[in-house]
Design a protein around this ligand. Structure first.
Ligand code: C2E
Ligand code: CA
Ligand code: CA
Length: 677
């Protein structure tokens, strides 16, 4: 376990340390082995040298002491033996006669603890050499010489120490050399590693590492550089993709927000931001197709680009929105520039054998007058553009404080409207609908009313668009449907099968839950679905004609009827009238108000009636305010009428009074229109 842990720690060390440690360990081992080998060799040599010398010295001494034995002269024998004192390693010499008797002796020290040469002949600490003493070919004695090995050991040790010193010096030098080599080899690896870390931590792909050679590390460096090149290129491509619009090639909103430069307040220059939005572009997409719409957008981008000056930035901001950021010359009028843009877009456009007349609304915001940041200007130019749209489109509007004030009021209204729903300030009024031929009330339209505690009655024309924008309309619409169904269902018992018309706004119509909401409202109070008429406007249907047709079929499948509200004010494309299962056209009051004097309006009403007849639809005229209008519209063939001439929209109590009064009046019945409501 410990070994494994050590091994793991070793594995985790840096490459330089690992190499350094293995090299040092290897060299140390080599050094130790060299020392041991050299020590052993020098020991063996020294020992054999000592042996040989001792042998020779002993042999020579044996020749010299032979006469002393012959002449029984132990004293001269002892003197001869003491000649050994010249050599420090000879510690003792003992001379025996042939009969084994001690004849003479020499001892270097008088240490009695030293064993005699006879004791242990060769015990490691000393070595004993024994030679026969001969005279005339006869052995007359034996000489034993003890050699002290300590001395030899010391010399070997000294030699080993010297070797060790040399080996260590050499090893140190080699290690140093190796470390420098390793450092040199590792330097490119380290710079590669630093490069990778920088790429990972700082996403800096612009760096390159030096490629030193053609070895594996050099190859690694080259590959790293190639990889960085690729990443950088891909980054550039991705940034281009993220910052540009692929359809027009213009920069997009992110780019503009990030890069558009406005002059500083003290620079004394002015800049203008133009928010350009095509009018009714949706209709082109919906009627001719998205591919064609794309080509129109590309053509518009080209026209705008041809008007760009130095330092101008033109961005496609979204579907049919473009933003131009430009600096203004001294005394240059931004409105003139905006008109130029609008006219360029409005010039007749030939595309795929069609001639189009495009229109655009342009909002302007100026720096430093209206703001000092791009987002501030964008917000204000956008608000101004919306005002241009509200003013009937195809126009230019420069931002002013009232615009933001209006936007703020709208926001406040939204908040209030939410509270109004909860506080029960919203009520439903019912405007009677009359069969023109008989003058009988056949149904009513439910219209929302807001009794504001401070402002009094607030028109739905003011708050319905706000509810639309905020999404509150879904909830509000469901509430109207449910309450109106309950109310009118109760009236059925009293007044017979009156039909109920309820307005459905565009956003409600696109709500996938609409069909279920309608079904639930009818089922909850047992309202006969064939008496429920939903009113939609042309703009609602134009949004996505396929989806609109599908939803309409589902609604008709429930048994209810669909009316086209404000007919004549929108696109009035006759093509879709045929495609949608419509039951009734409601002629907008703008065609009614100048009747009977305006002959053109009369002709339009007649044409609408004929169209409706051909398509098997009924016609209702809105905004009838006088008897003359009532009579002329009846004569023109309209089936139903609605307007102040009969009654304004009435809250339930008033409606009941109105009905009570009408029931008292004589009603025509002989030429009632066929019961088709
Ligand atoms: P609309 O659907 O065209 O409703 C008819 C509008 O014309 C009503 O205005 C009505 O009061 C008004 N009107 C009726 N007869 C005459 C007349 O003889 N002369 C004149 N000058 N005006 C007449 P109101 O109630 O202010 O509603 C305005 C619009 O608000 C409605 O137009 C409708 O689009 C929307 N709206 C009202 N209630 C609802 C609702 O519950 N849901 C939705 N989505 N929209 C609603
Ligand atoms: Ca309506
Ligand atoms: Ca209407």
């Amino acid at each position: 376990m410990r070994l494994r842990r050590l091994l793991n720690r070793f594995v985790d060390l840096s490459l330089g340390r690992k190499l350094g440690m293995t090299n040092a360990a290897g060299l140390l081992l080599a050094g130790v082995l060299i020392c041991v080998a050299l020590g052993a060799a020098s020991w063996a040599t020294l020992r054999s040298d000592l042996m040989r010398t001792s042998q020779i010295v002993s042999s020579v001494l044996a020749q010299h002491v032979a006469p002393a034995i012959q002449f029984e002269d132990p004293i001269s024998a002892s003197e001869l033996l003491s000649a050994l004192s010249v050599h420090r390693e000879f510690v003792e010499a003992v001379l025996y006669r042939a009969d084994g008797e001690l004849f003479a002796r020499y001892r270097r020290t008088a240490d009695p603890s030293l064993p005699g040469p006879s004791a242990t002949p060769d015990d490691g600490a000393r070595m004993v050499v024994s030679v026969p003493v001969e005279a005339q070919g006869q052995v007359i004695g034996e000489l034993r010489v003890a050699v002290d090995m300590q001395y030899a050991y010391r010399r070997v040790l000294l030699a080993v120490a010297a070797i060790l010193l040399v080996v260590l010096l050499v090893l140190g030098a080699v290690l140093l050399l190796q470390m420098r080599l390793v450092a040199r080899v590792l330097a490119p690896v380290q710079s590669l590693l630093a490069g990778m870390r920088r790429a990972g931590d700082e996403a800096d792909y612009s760096q390159r590492v030096p490629v030193a050679g053609r070895d594996e590390i050099g190859e690694l460096g080259a590959s790293f550089n190639a990889m960085m090149e690729l990443v950088e290129e891909r980054d550039r491509a991705m940034e281009h993709l993220a910052m540009h619009d692929s359809l027009t090639g213009l920069v997009n909103r992110h780019y503009l927000r990030m890069r558009a430069r406005l002059p500083d307040a003290d620079e004394g220059r002015r800049a203008a931001l133009f928010y350009i939005d095509l009018d009714n572009f949706k209709a082109i997409n919906d009627t001719i197709g998205h591919n064609f719409g794309d080509r129109v957008l590309a053509a518009v981008a080209n026209r705008l680009m041809s008007l760009l000056g130095d330092g101008d930035m033109l961005a496609r901001f979204g579907g049919d929105e473009f933003v131009l950021c430009t600096s203004l010359a001294d005394g240059e009028d931004p409105v003139v520039r905006a008109e130029q843009l609008r006219r360029a877009i409005g010039a007749p456009l030939q595309l795929q054998k069609r001639e189009l007349l495009l229109r655009a609304s342009v909002g302007i915001a100026l720096a430093p007058d209206h703001g000092s940041t791009v987002s501030e200007l964008l917000q204000k130019a956008d608000a101004a553009m919306h005002v241009a749209k509200d003013n009937g489109r195809d126009s230019v509007q420069c931002w002013n404080a009232a615009i933001t004030q209006r936007a703020n009021q709208r926001f406040a209204l939204e908040t209030e409207l939410r509270q109004a729903m909860q506080a029960g300030q919203l009520v439903i009024a019912y405007q009677p609908i009359v069969a023109l031929a008989s003058g009988r009330v056949t149904g009513m339209e439910a219209l929302l009313r807001w009794h504001h505690p401070e402002r009094g009655p607030v028109s739905p024309a003011e708050f319905i668009p706000v509810a639309e924008e905020s999404g509150l309309i879904t909830e509000l619409g469901a509430w109207v449907l449910e309450r109106a169904c309950i109310q009118v269902r109760n009236w059925h018992a009293q007044y017979g099968p009156l039909h109920l018309a309820v307005n459905v706004s565009g956003r409600q119509f696109r709500d996938p839950a609409l069909v279920d909401t309608v079904r639930a409202a009818c089922e909850a109070c047992g309202f006969p679905t064939d008496l429920l008429h939903l009113e939609v406007t042309e703009s609602t249907l134009m949004h996505d004609t396929e989806a609109a047709a599908r939803v309409m079929r589902q609604l008709v499948g429930l048994g209810l009827k669909l009316s086209l509200d404000d007919f004549g004010t929108g696109y009035s494309s006759l093509a879709y009238l045929k495609r949608f299962p419509l039951h009734k056209l409601k002629i907008d009051r703008s065609f009614v108000k100048d009747l009977p004097h305006n002959a053109d309006d009369g002709a339009i009403v007649k044409a609408i009636v004929n169209l409706a007849r051909a398509l098997d639809m009924l016609v209702l005229a809105e905004g009838i305010e006088s008897e003359k209008q009532h009579l002329v519209l009846g004569a023109l063939g309209c089936d139903f009428g609605q307007g102040y001439f009969y009654s304004k929209a009435l809250e339930p109590k008033e409606f009941e009074q109105f009905m009570a009064q009408r029931h008292r009046e004589p009603q025509r019945s002989e030429d009632d229109p066929p019961a088709r409501y």
